[in-house]
Design a binder for this molecule. Structure first.
Ligand SMILES: [Zn+2]
Length: 483
């Protein structure tokens, strides 16, 4: 029978928790819930793991490295209340240390949208289970209810948030060390993601990695040197660089629902284990390698090109040169920015049976997933910045695709801004369609002029024509493309 016990935190707080016979158990810890399930208390499976180093690591993670706690309350430097609140949704970050009845940690419960609800989980009896990424990236997908699967747009949204969270860790000098489809929760319905199991974070030079990682996400150089002695200088351990391999694998899986390195190629006939070790280690080969096709599956639907040229380049770097040379892997910031730029080129597919529902309309409006022609349903804006060394010359920086009722923000009218968690999201203008005509409605933008230097004041709508040029007060040239 369940009984309620009391955990005492380092600061003397008394936290009740419900002891049950079979608590959820992971590799390192087991979990008890608060009576109202608002937090969990975790204790270590192996009490020897809760040594001095672990305790000191956890205290640093809860305090000075904590992006979910404002600097004013003892959290990470530069974190205000709004940022702390933002990252509290992105990480399940430990919030306190338990000292009695034994050493343990307190963590917030995952937000509700990261648990399967009854209506959508009948086939596998998933009600109440957490949405670890592997439900959505593996063959498990086919058992899930359609309403749980999300679409191409929400896959990009999950990827942006994950890349941003990893970028935040790396900016603070931390490495997760065990990013995998078990340690990232995603909600493909809303495009939300949350990193869990934070307590094994690596602080370079201070707290070394404790785990090698999870199969399929461990960087090839770590897999290839696992058999070496711990003191052998050639042995490679998890770090921010190896996180970047795991990050690229996860993003590829969210978008394409397959693993980038697991293909048909056999690397060793000795044993399945050795083949696996080689295929993910020293002989790792991208299944979509542009010249070596020996690991390419016979049927490969939706090649990497379908994700648009920005992401294609990042994936190729991560899984060709970056596989062998960790310093060439795209950083989390590059992923975040590339994903944000790609997200802004999304167009809705009008084919009702198109499973992806959205696609990147980079050059035209034909959906690469189903072939449906969506021409006329969106317009494209090209954004140019002035070349400072050559007055009068402009260079294209990015483009966006806007459908009916698409918003425009500060980053569209100011050079050098790529939106992140700190960016002002006040609506400045929006695009609407009336019949076959497209309009820009200026809500709050001052200094917007057309190519005849006519001012387009706030509160007014202006018809857009193919090739029309607009200039923002901050020096951005915007060219309209209507096809
Ligand atoms: Zn389509």
């Amino acid at each position: 029978m369940d009984t309620v016990r009391i955990a005492i935190t380092k600061g003397g707080k008394r936290l009740p928790y419900v002891v049950c016979d079979n608590p959820p158990r992971g590799g390192m810890k087991y979990t008890y819930f608060a009576p109202d399930r608002s937090y969990v208390i975790q204790f270590y499976n192996n009490k020897a793991d809760a040594d001095y180093n672990t305790r000191s690591r956890i205290e640093a993670i809860i305090g000075r490295y904590n992006p979910t706690l404002s600097e004013r309350h003892g959290g990470a430097i530069g974190t205000d209340e709004a940022l702390a609140e933002y990252y509290a949704k992105r990480f399940c970050w430990p919030s306190d240390v338990v000292v009695s009845p034994e050493f343990g940690i307190v963590c917030p419960t995952y937000p509700k949208n990261f648990f399967f609800d009854s209506a959508a989980s009948d086939v596998l009896n998933l009600f109440g289970k957490d949405k670890k990424s592997n439900w959505f990236t593996s063959s498990n997908r086919k058992f899930l209810h359609k309403t749980e699967l999300g679409d191409f747009r929400t896959a990009l949204a999950c990827s942006i948030l994950l890349a941003r969270s990893v970028r935040r860790l790396h900016q603070a000098g931390l490495a997760h060390s065990d990013l995998s489809n078990n340690n990232v929760l995603i909600d493909p319905c809303s495009g939300d993601s949350c990193i869990i199991d934070i307590d094994s974070l690596v602080v370079p030079g201070l707290y070394p990695p404790e785990v090698a990682g999870t199969r399929g996400y461990i960087a090839p150089e770590v897999v290839a040197t696992m058999d070496l002695d711990r003191r052998d200088p050639r042995r490679v351990y998890p770090s921010a660089k190896t996180d970047l391999h795991a990050l690229a694998v996860l993003i590829y899986e969210y978008i394409f629902h397959r693993h980038p390195l697991i293909g048909p190629k056999i690397n060793s006939g000795e044993s399945a284990e050795e083949d696996d070790r080689n295929s993910l280690g020293k002989n790792a080969l991208f299944i979509e390698h542009p010249t070596d096709r020996s690991n390419r599956p016979k049927v490969l639907t939706d090649s990497v090109q379908t994700a648009g040229s920005i992401l294609e380049k990042l994936f190729l770097r991560a899984f060709t040169d970056g596989l062998k040379t960790p310093s060439l892997r795209p950083s989390a910031l590059e992923w975040e920015r590339g994903l944000v730029r790609s997200f802004e080129m999304l167009q809705k597919c009008g084919n009702r049976s198109c499973e992806h529902r959205w696609f990147i309309a980079e050059k035209n409006s034909i959906c690469p997933f189903c072939g449906h022609d969506n021409s006329g349903e969106a317009i494209r804006f090209h954004f140019y910045n002035a070349v400072l060394t050559n007055p009068g010359e402009y260079r294209e920086i990015f483009q966006i695709v806007s459908g009916d009722n698409s918003p425009l923000f500060s980053w569209h009218f100011t050079p050098g801004i790529i939106p992140d968690e700190k960016t002002d999201r006040t609506l400045l203008a929006y695009v609407v369609r009336r019949g076959k005509d497209w309009y820009i409605v200026n809500s709050k933008l001052h200094g917007l002029v057309d190519s005849d230097a006519k001012i387009l004041p706030p509160g007014r709508a202006f018809r857009l024509t193919d090739g029309a040029m607009l200039y923002s007060e901050k020096g951005v040239l915007i060219e309209t493309e209507i096809k």
